[in-house]
Ligand binder design. Structure first.
Ligand code: PLP
Length: 462
């Protein structure tokens, strides 16, 4: 498979190169140049497969012949052996007909495990074959960091340096990162906020030569392999629910647009999906786009669903590229306009095209709390605040005539304070984390200063 940049002016790469590359050199994101499709007859066959075997069929066309099938299968099997549910992404039917797809049964209790367990194993495989080592650097406000750390722990070809803002992630989130003591995992607490961490990472990529002959790599959600791994559960959910007879819709708690873009890919590949419903919190740039063609940057407001607190959505560019029929020049222009003015608009045709597929709603903190309480009172079922935003959005569009699947992106025990505040129930951590608060922690605190971070990294990798 060939991968091209959304801005049309970067080298074409194969799958393995895309896995270890971050942004394209023209500032764009890599996407496959053609999207594989499955005809209806084949869908009936796919519907009979286990999660792992389905993943193999969905991912193989994107990998082309670059990795032998039996090796892909082995990577997939190992990646999902760490999940607590045999179905990997089981479905919960709530009493009132609401359907929830639980994506939080991986080691760190957020849906990011589904992609990052796989990406860790895949990176190790590719780097081992090439006899190459990389240093991965990243910034996290919580969920990505722990999922990446669990994905890369013990990898022999990867040193992972993860920056988090000191004192500004929840205790559960911090502990999940800092109690992994493998020598290739380096937690750095920056005396600053999440934006400061991201700024440092950007500066590192601008002068990547500070560590001798070790390329820098990224595992944030612009990595194509993460999108690819997320396509699988859309298929799996539809197959568990009704085979392929009637289209279903999905409501997705959205931040960087990676998760819901995977749903868009699934639809393009032939899965009968009616609507994709974007749920945002009050950081609503995507909701403003889909309702009124207003994609304009505002400051980030902290919310009860912190993993969706974003100013702009990186993967949105991949959707634009597709809506503009892979016209890289047009996308480069749009993104230039956005960079200069902090805002972009598409033509009316493109907006209407996008509205045929996407709906959206924005859920503030008060509504989030209300939903958590209601769902608990009605169904005796606890949801985390991210999932609550999608239940809210699903209810805005529920006309009773077709099924809407809500993606549950985090376990309620990951955000225990708000859940307990509104339901009176303290959500318990699953057993493998029940002693989390007794475990030893390892991290280093560094000033908000790129030179200090560089000097720490250059003396710490092995
Ligand atoms: C990352 C995250 C999201 C947002 O997903 P995107 O792919 O960035 O849109 C939603 N919920 C939770 C719990 C997350 O960790």
């Amino acid at each position: 498979m060939r991968y091209i940049s959304t801005r049309g002016d970067a080298p074409i790469l194969n799958f393995e190169d895309v896995v270890i590359t971050g942004l394209a050199s023209d500032g764009g994101l890599y996407v496959p140049d053609t999207i594989p499709t499955f005809p209806k007859e084949q869908l009936s066959y796919l519907a009979t497969l286990s999660y792992q075997d389905l993943a193999l069929e969905i991912m193989s066309p994107f990998i082309g012949g670059e990795i032998p099938r039996k090796d892909i299968k082995d990577i997939i099997d190992r990646s999902y052996s760490t999940f607590r549910s045999e179905q990997i992404t089981p479905i919960q039917m709530l009493g009132n007909g609401e359907v929830v797809l639980e994506l939080f049964h991986g080691p760190t209790l957020a849906f990011k495990d589904i992609a990052l367990q796989f990406l860790g194993n895949l990176l190790e495989y590719v780097l081992n074959k090439r006899e190459q080592k990389v240093a991965i650097v990243g910034a996290t406000s919580g969920d990505t960091g722990s999922a990446a750390i669990y994905g890369c722990q013990g990898c022999k070809h990867v040193d992972l340096f993860m920056l988090h803002p000191y004192g500004k992630v929840s205790d559960v989130q911090r502990k999940q990162m800092t109690t992994i003591l493998d020598k290739n995992i380096h937690n750095i607490a920056i005396d600053g906020n999440f934006d400061d961490c991201q700024t440092i990472i950007k500066e590192l990529f601008q002068s990547p030569k500070f560590i001798d002959n070790r390329p820098l790599a990224a595992v944030n959600s612009i990595n194509w392999a993460r999108i690819m791994a997320q396509i699988v559960y859309y298929f799996y959910a539809v197959f568990r629910l009704n085979g392929v007879d009637e289209p279903v819709s999905f409501a997705v708690p959205t931040g960087n647009f990676g998760d819901i873009y995977a749903g868009y890919m699934a639809k393009k590949m032939g899965l009968p999906i009616k609507k994709l419903i974007v749920a945002t919190n009050k950081n609503d740039i995507l909701n403003r786009f889909f309702t009124s063609n207003d994609y304009s940057k505002k400051g980030v407001t902290p919310s009860l669903s912190p993993s969706m607190d974003i100013q702009i959505s990186s993967n949105f560019e991949r959707l634009l590229f597709d809506l503009y029929k892979q016209d890289g020049k047009a996308i480069a222009e749009l993104m230039k306009e956005f960079k200069q003015s902090g805002s972009l608009k598409v033509s009316d045709d493109i907006l209407q095209e996008s509205q045929k597929i996407f709906s959206s709603a924005s859920c503030d903190d008060m509504e989030t709390k209300k939903i958590i309480a209601e769902v608990y009172n009605e169904n005796d079922y606890l949801v985390d605040p991210h999932t609550a935003t999608a239940i809210y959005a699903a209810r805005q569009f529920d006309e009773g005539d077709n099924m809407i699947v809500v993606l549950a992106t985090a376990h309620p025990a990951k955000f225990p304070d708000v859940v307990e505040e509104v339901t009176g129930i303290h959500p318990e951590l699953p057993e493998h984390l029940s002693d989390l608060f007794d475990r030893e922690e390892k991290y280093i605190k560094i000033d908000n200063n790129v030179e200090d971070v560089k000097s720490y990294i250059s003396k710490s990798y092995w």
